[in-house]
Structures are given as C-alpha cells and as structure tokens.
Design a protein around this ligand. Structure first.
Ligand code: FE2
Length: 411
C-alpha cells in the first residue's frame, strides 16, 4: 500500500509511505506506485506515530455513579466509592467495560495502553480479567498491566502476598502507593518491597507517587534513590508526583540532581489531578500538577496520561489523549508555539520511553507500520481544531477510521 502526500510529524516537506507486509518499507518524496498497488491519497494530512495511554485504570473505567457518585471530588472519596463498587466486580463486568473503553481509545488513535489494575482484592478478579484481555485484544492494542495496590501494600491485609501473586500471574509492572500507606515507615518499606519484587521477577516499576497536596510527601526521593542504586533506572516510572507542585524550591533544586541521576520517567495526569488536587485549599487553590515544564527542561522524560475515564475519580472522558494534552498545556503553562507543536510527543514518543517499547515504535523504515493520519497539516492545528483521526493503522492493518468532519456555518 502507498500512502501519498503526508506531513510526517510536523515536517514541512510532504512524503509518501510504502507499507509492505505490515512494515514501513519506504518513506520519501514521490514514490512511484507499483502495478496493482493500493494507493491512498492523503494530501493535506498529518502522519503521527500512534498515541499511547501511559497511565490509565481500565479496571475502574465507566463506573461513575455506581453505586454512588463522588460528591466531594476528592481522591479519598473516590477510593471509598471504588471500595463499594469493587464488591460488585465480576470478571465479565470488568471485561465488558474494558472492551468498550478500548474501542473508545481506538477511535481516538490509541494503540498502546499501560493500565494500573487494583490488586487490593483477595480474589484478584480484575487482574485476571485484564491479563486475559491483554491476549484477546493484542491485534488492536498492546496492553501493559501494572499490579497496583489501590489501598496500600503494607496497610492492606495480605498486601505483599497479593502483589506477588499478581506478578506471578503475569503483570508486566509492579506498582505502589506510598502516600496512601498508614505511616511514613510503611511508605518507605512499600517502595523498597516493590522495587525488590520487580528486580526478582524482572518487571518494570510504576508507582503512584505522592499523589497528594502534602508538601511533606516524599516518596519520590525514595523511589528515585532506589532506582539509581539498584540500576533499574529508566525501567522505573513515578506517576502523578503532585506533591512536587508544593515542594519548596530549595528542596526541588536538590531533588532534581537525584532525579537526573536516577533516569526515572514521569507520568503526569493533568485532567484528573486538576480535578482532584487542591480540594482542601480555600484560596489560593493549588493546581496540583507536577513540575512538567521544569522536568522536561532538565532532560527528564515526561508523558501525559488520562488516568481515569468516567469513574469514581473523574466523571468525564472519552479516552481521547488529546484532552489530556490540551489541559496539560494550560495548567503547566506550556503554550509557546513550539511547545504546542511538539506536545504530541507527550502522548507518543515520550510515552513510548516510559513503556519501554524500544526502537520498533515510530514512523521509520523497517518498523511495524503503526501510525495515525490526522486531518490537519501539523499538530498545532490538529490540537486546536480537534481534527479527525482519519485512519489508525496498526502493523499495516486499518483498525479505526473517521470521515473528515463536515462543519457548516449557515450565515
Ligand atoms: Fe492513577
């Protein structure tokens, strides 16, 4: 198949793309169609690598209001609501909702997903469902599963054993939630436990780290120090780190050295943390977003996640990663022209590093032909105009498509 006349990743010159046997065979200007070759004229459109959801909770998605709504809008009421909903979980219930969510994501150009799955459940129902879905859906989405202890590791009955059971069942990454543990000691011990578990089973690490407005929440320094000392480095991700928003600048300056040494990744979730954080503040109200701009300026890898889709922690969402980018650019004050232009990397290239996808991700000759075609000339306009994702190809196969939006003004 030959895709003609596209701008690849904001390039100013148009290129053609030849896809053969599910791989990018040739990329360049004015490729000549071969006899009998399917030709797709995409003049005036943008090609990007597929979008990546680097932080979401698929097991909780599409449950908002079941059995009760989170009225206060706080993280902690969300955890209470989820504890009630968890009682009603069945494997079928999880699978039905996740299949629907994955289809919503596919419509929005998402082809890779890292989902955290709550393992503070003696039956590990959701973990079992997600591991089965990881196989069932692998032609349309690559799913990474994190064993995520929503109610703590050392603060939940049998928490350590449940974590290890989930890893043995086949989780791809080990999680933790130090800011939710009963004590500071438990917080430190839980991070140490998670890191050792990951080392023992050769897994990635992704910790819900300091998702609280408490400037004393210092899980991040523990995680970064262990990542550095253990050599796990960029196999480790710190998600949320919203307390870093409230740290004093002297401490952040000191911390930044360790963060760079550690080479860990960061995931910020601008939609959900703008909604959840600052809830105990009167005025001024903190934004509760980690220091994305400063981390990027230091050369540290940061991606954006959606985090929650219509669940007890976030009552909106259609699985569109561009919503997370749109919000993130505003709250992080990253609205310079080039920052907006490059912002697709927060949900693609940077996220690929977090997920450890390696060099097979990206629009390059020899790679699997996974890419998006957007109805815009560059990402700035695609974001601003909410342009349609015309095609989503995965390994050379079309998995989702849209028609260009028909918009008419009748005056
Ligand atoms: Fe999360």
């Amino acid at each position: 198949m030959l895709i003609q006349n596209v701008w690849i990743e904001n390039a100013t010159e148009v290129s053609d793309i030849r896809v053969t046997d599910g791989k990018f065979e040739e990329i360049g200007p004015d490729l000549t169609p071969r006899p009998g070759e399917e030709v797709l004229d995409c003049t005036g459109t943008l090609v990007l690598p597929p979008f990546i959801e680097s932080h979401v909770h698929l097991d909780t998605c599409l449950t908002a209001g079941e059995p009760v709504w989170n009225q206060s809008g706080t993280l902690f009421e969300g955890i209470q609501c989820w504890a009630m909903r968890k009682e009603m979980l069945s494997k079928q219930d999880v699978k039905d909702r996740v299949r629907r969510a994955v289809r919503m994501q596919a419509q929005n150009g998402v082809q890779f997903v890292r989902t955290h799955v709550d393992v503070t459940d003696p039956k590990l129902t959701a973990m079992e469902a997600l591991l089965e879905l990881r196989e069932e859906l692998r032609d349309t989405v690559d799913i990474q599963v994190v064993a995520f202890p929503q109610e703590g590791i050392d603060s939940y009955p049998n928490g350590r054993q449940l974590m290890e059971d989930a890893v043995r069942m086949g989780a791809d990454a080990v999680g933790a939630i130090p800011h939710f543990e009963f004590t500071r000691e438990y917080a430190v011990d839980s991070v140490n436990f998670a890191m050792k578990l990951a080392e023992r089973y050769d897994k990635l690490v992704d910790v819900h780290c300091d998702e609280i407005d408490d400037e004393q929440s210092r899980g991040l320094e523990v995680l970064a120090a262990r990542a550095y000392e253990s050599g796990l480095t960029d196999r480790v991700t710190a998600s949320h780190t919203t307390a870093m928003h409230s740290y004093n600048n002297a401490y952040v300056t000191k911390l930044m050295r360790l963060l760079k040494l550690s080479k860990i990744n960061f995931v910020s979730n601008p939609l959900v943390n703008t909604h959840l954080q600052g809830r105990m503040d009167t005025y001024p109200k903190r934004r509760g977003i980690t220091r994305v701009k400063e981390l990027l300026a230091e050369g540290i890898n940061v991606s954006f996640g959606h985090d929650d889709i219509f669940d007890p922690w976030y009552p909106l969402g259609t699985g569109d990663m561009r919503d997370a980018v749109f919000m993130g650019l505003h709250v992080c004050q990253m609205m310079g022209y080039q920052e907006i232009m490059d912002s697709y990397k927060l949900i693609s290239t940077n996220a690929a590093k977090t997920l450890h996808l390696g060099s097979c991700y990206g629009v390059r000759v020899g790679n699997p032909a996974s890419f998006l075609v957007l109805d815009a000339d560059n990402f700035y306009n695609a974001l601003n105009r909410k342009s349609e994702i015309l095609y989503s190809f995965k390994n050379g196969r079309l998995i989702a498509k849209s028609a260009p939006a028909q918009r008419e003004v009748l005056f």
